[in-house]
Ligand binder design. Structure first.
Ligand code: SF4
Length: 425
């Protein structure tokens, strides 16, 4: 039987109550409403996001405790992950998004465009390593025909009929539909019929026109993103939801963005999870060309708050909050498990978008390593598929040990755990 907010409230943990009592009254009021299962408003979400700085330390502790309780109520002690492979079929793109460190011009060193056969070879390698999903995204190559997207899907499905294809951001759908002279609905329905299983809700950045003008010259408007996502949900394609934060944005944008995602979810039920994505500034032209006007990614407090407030604002709407280990690294990702997070995303095998922007958290964390991280936080690892069906629960056994696909040049991502041998099981 599902525990309701009221049921839970009668046996509220003592530690939670102590944290709430130590917070300022307006913050306590908002959190109490969330714990009773009520929807908090955009303005209340913004107030939670604004609890930064030393004076608000006790407010933040109450927010984190509330997020953790809502996480436990929705998802229990299991922390999920998916065994997947990232395949970026081209990095050639002339859209000129100013935050992007990934895109290259055709003549630049390192520019590549994989044929469908090359993508299939990578997908087969993932399948042979136990992968159930390929996550496929690419740049908007000027020479690409709209047909490329469907050819890619058909090639993969012919070779690997049971592989789940999670592919194409709303920006790619916008591009492919234009190139094919099709409506979003017809283009998406065709891709679904060719084997598309779900879509990443990337390219959302911040769904605010002014912010998007700075980030992407508003080439894919917030309205177009929303229309494509709603249309995808309408033709039966679930998507993830994302927010990229820590550049020219602030609490008012974050609260509005999450409230908008909640509104979409209320209508369609098509989001599987929210993935907060920290802006990686190191090799991003947006930052390197304007270091005085653009922030170098979110602060630690903002990262904690983003995961926790997302959990609180989306409770009962989007119950999977994922942390991106490619953006934060394994150690910070583990800390987010106490900030309302219940999912560690994918093993990825070949991460390249964050790496191109200057992230150095590696290309793959194996299933066994993800289990180590989860258990070290006192939680139970669970392998899932893309749409959150349970594949295996590692409560009394381990996943098969498989070496990373790409040999690691730097340090082991789990070195931080070895510093505390008592938490490694
Ligand atoms: S973010 Fe995507 S669309 Fe924008 S420049 Fe980079 S690859 Fe191109």
């Amino acid at each position: 039987m599902k525990t309701t907010g009221q049921d839970f409230d009668r046996r509220r943990p003592v530690e939670l109550q102590a944290r709430l009592d130590a917070a300022r009254a307006p913050i306590k009021r908002i959190l109490n409403r969330a714990l009773l299962g009520r929807e908090i408003t955009e303005a209340e979400g913004r107030a939670l996001f604004e609890t930064t700085g030393p004076d608000a330390a006790l407010d933040r502790e109450a927010i984190y405790a509330t997020a953790d309780v809502l996480r436990a109520r929705a998802k229990g002690d299991r922390v999920s992950f998916v065994v997947n492979r990232n395949i970026n079929f081209t990095n050639i793109c002339y859209m000129g998004c100013r935050f992007c460190g990934f895109a290259k011009r055709r003549e630049e060193a390192g520019a590549e465009w994989l044929s469908p056969d090359q993508v299939v070879a990578r997908a087969r390698e993932a399948w042979d390593r136990g992968g159930t999903e390929v996550c496929i995204q690419g740049g908007l190559h000027p020479k690409m025909e709209g047909r490329y997207y469907r050819d890619l899907l058909r090639s993969i499905k012919t070779a690997l009929p049971d592989m789940h294809i999670h592919a194409f951001s709303p920006f790619e759908i916008w591009y492919g539909a234009r190139k094919s002279r099709m409506s979003y609905r017809d283009f998406l329905a065709d891709l679904r019929d060719c084997g598309l299983g779900s879509m990443p809700g990337t390219a959302a950045e911040i769904l605010d026109t002014e912010v998007r003008r700075t980030l992407t010259k508003n080439k894919l408007s917030a309205e177009a993103w929303v229309e494509i996502i709603r249309t995808a949900h309408g033709v039966g394609l679930p998507t993830t939801a994302t927010i990229m934060y820590g550049h020219v944005d602030g609490p008012e944008h974050w609260a509005a963005h999450i409230a908008l995602l909640r509104d979409i979810q209320r209508d369609t039920g098509g989001f599987t999870e929210l993935v907060p994505l920290s802006f990686i500034h190191t090799d991003s032209p947006l930052y390197t060309q304007n270091p005085d006007q653009v922030r170098p990614g979110p602060t630690d407090e903002e990262i904690d708050l983003m995961h926790a407030v997302s959990r609180i604002m989306l409770a009962g709407f989007i119950d999977n909050i994922q942390v991106s280990w490619t953006k934060l690294g394994a150690e910070r990702a583990r800390q987010m498990l106490s900030r309302g997070v219940n999912d560690l995303g994918g093993t990825l095998m070949n991460e390249s978008i964050s790496r191109a922007a200057g992230s150095n958290h590696g290309q793959e964390i194996t299933a066994l390593e993800l289990c180590e991280i989860i258990r070290s936080a006192g939680r139970i690892p669970m392998r899932r598929n893309t749409i959150y069906d349970t594949v295996d629960v590692y409560d009394d056994h381990d996943p098969e040990e498989i070496a990373p696909l790409v040999e690691r040049a730097g340090s082991d991502p789990l070195d931080f755990l070895r510093m505390f041998p008592e938490v490694v099981q």
